[in-house]
Design a protein around this ligand. Structure first.
Ligand code: C2E
Ligand code: MG
Ligand code: MG
Ligand code: MG
Length: 290
């Protein structure tokens, strides 16, 4: 029997699984060290109003600068830490840093807003929920300037809990956006059940936009959003054609490599300063010519 169970154990921990386990432990240890030693930073990708091209806000994107392995993408390590006790501390680190940066950016542009991504695991933790609410209040972040981005799948999983959390965040003056809209869930009934402020149309739909086509999928999402009084952000705009198609479909916000890539805080500040200068110059030339 011993021999048999020994063999079973061997079958359970196949070399491949052993390696996965090893990688997982390495990631968790690495993230812990990154938090302690300041290897994380945030980049910001501007969100523009497509109608006038002006910057309205930015999405905070987490970057891990590993001392040996270089830059590690959040898509690679967020899923690993999701079911560990590190997702809370990482989310809180992101929120604190983003709020600090937001308050600076608002000195250049009042009303500027920042979005942070909250993964499913963090969304359903009471401690993270309260942490965000208290942070918003303690730092006196103006209302409607701190957005949380959640995916459909992460909300649907525990709809009742989610409703309570979103209600609390709304009451505190935060806004709720659905990230990667259109990819997660086939029923839309949850839209009526949750206090949502906006939809971010997933990049996969924006990629399909074609000049001369009715682009009915994106058109339908925009109509839906309008009828429910929701904001819309088109994610992943890469080409001028895509931008033209969106302009033809209506007014919305946009984000993508074709507008701006994610950038460090200092670069975003320079961008806002340049925009302020242009606006001031416009005002001057208006008064000159009148
Ligand atoms: P997301 O929230 O949907 O963020 C958008 C991702 O698309 C970012 O990748 C951004 O760099 C990329 N992107 C933006 N415009 C374009 C474009 O025009 N073309 C293409 N191909 N990509 C574009 P990133 O920074 O690698 O983040 C990947 C995902 O990791 C995010 O997707 C989000 O789900 C997650 N993530 C990032 N930061 C955080 C964080 O602080 N906390 C949590 N929980 N998740 C995060
Ligand atoms: Mg996002
Ligand atoms: Mg997204
Ligand atoms: Mg995504």
């Amino acid at each position: 029997a011993a021999k048999q169970s020994g063999r079973n154990q061997y079958a359970f921990f196949s070399p491949q699984m052993n390696q996965q386990l090893h990688q997982r432990i390495e990631v968790l240890q690495g993230v812990r060290t990154a938090l302690e030693q300041g290897h994380f930073h945030l980049e910001y990708q501007p969100v523009l109003s497509l109608a006038d091209g002006r910057i309205r806000g930015a999405e905070a994107l987490l970057r891990w600068h590993h001392p040996e392995q270089g830059l590690i993408s959040p898509g690679l390590f967020i899923p690993t830490i999701e079911d560990s006790d590190l997702i809370g501390p990482v989310t809180e680190w992101v929120a604190c840093q983003a709020v600090q940066d937001l308050l600076q950016l608002q000195q250049l542009k009042p009303g500027f807003s920042i979005s942070i991504n909250i993964s499913g695991a963090a969304l359903h933790q009471d401690s993270t929920r309260d942490f965000l609410t208290e942070l918003k209040q303690r730092e006196q972040v103006p209302d409607n300037c701190l957005n949380v981005e959640l995916t459909e799948t992460s909300m649907i999983r525990h709809l009742d809990d989610c409703r309570q959390t979103l209600k609390q965040w709304k009451a505190a003056g935060m806004n709720i956006w659905i990230d990667d809209f259109g990819t997660g869930y086939s029923s839309l009934s949850y839209l009526h059940q949750l206090p949502i402020d906006g939809l971010k149309i997933d990049r996969s739909f924006i990629r399909e936009l074609k000049p001369g086509s009715s682009n009915s999928l994106v058109a339908t999402i925009m109509t839906l959003a309008e009828s429910m009084n929701l904001y819309v952000v088109a994610e992943g705009i890469e080409t001028a054609d895509q931008r033209d198609c969106l302009a033809r479909l209506g007014s919305c916000l946009g984000q993508g490599f074709g507008l701006h890539r994610p950038m460090p805080l200092s670069a975003l500040q320079q961008l806002l300063e340049a925009e302020n200068d242009t606006l001031a110059a416009d005002v001057r030339s208006d008064t000159d010519s009148s």
